[in-house]
Design a protein around this ligand. Sequence first.
Ligand code: DGL
Length: 268
Amino acid sequence: MYSKDDFIAVFDSGVGGISVLRQLVKLLPAENYLYYGDSANAPYGTRSTEEVRNLTLAAVRMLTSRYPVKALVVACNTATSAAIRQLREAYPDLIVIGIEPALKLAADHHPGGSIGVMATDVTLREEKFDTLLHRFDGSRTIYKIPAPGLVELIEAGQGDSEQTRTLLRRLLAPYVGKLDALVLGCTHYPFVRRRIAEILGPGTEILHGGQGTARETKRRLEAAGLLRQGRGQVLMKNSDTNPKLAALARQLLNMEEEKDQLGGHSNG
Ligand code: DGL
């Protein structure tokens, strides 16, 4: 049996899922959170699907065996596309919530428009993404935009560096003036959202799935009668024990919230 006081475990390949954790804490401040980043094995996005699946299952096994967990939020698009089905099979009684690129939201906001989806190689090549793409008719142009190297820079605390700006300028140059919306399909990318907005300009709406995932978590806990009251706590853990990473994680969690709309969608 689960208790209201049990943790909501939030998992990512590294510090990226903190962009989802921020939305969760904002919406459900009374909950107890256990954040786990697998930075020792990041990035996941360049690995084989099987490797991502095994790493994800191993991390979740470790979390659920060591801590009381009432819900699992896979705050990683890459891990969701590689392992969400296996997680649901392995933990049939647990509330398991994944995240997928907020393409539906972008398509609703921009009927007939051009939409870019920036995500890792694994997310863009997996069947789950193709299924998502096929839900939309041909009246929209959808560009797949991989961003190799970006997760590594964010993990190294270099999100605001000149190197990151240069990389983003190079990646996004072909799309300047062409996109009605850009979906951030990797939970690391919201941490460089402002840099992306500077390059694409005000004509491109930038969306990610963090807020939608938090809303879905609330719905599921409410339905199960597992919402907590009072004041919650956030426990941060990482497979890489370098203190610099712990400091980065805290900094990202407390980073001033961006003013722009953070819409989103989760796959429930
Ligand atoms: N943050 C993860 C995501 O949402 C992936 C980053 C990685 O490549 O490890 O896809």
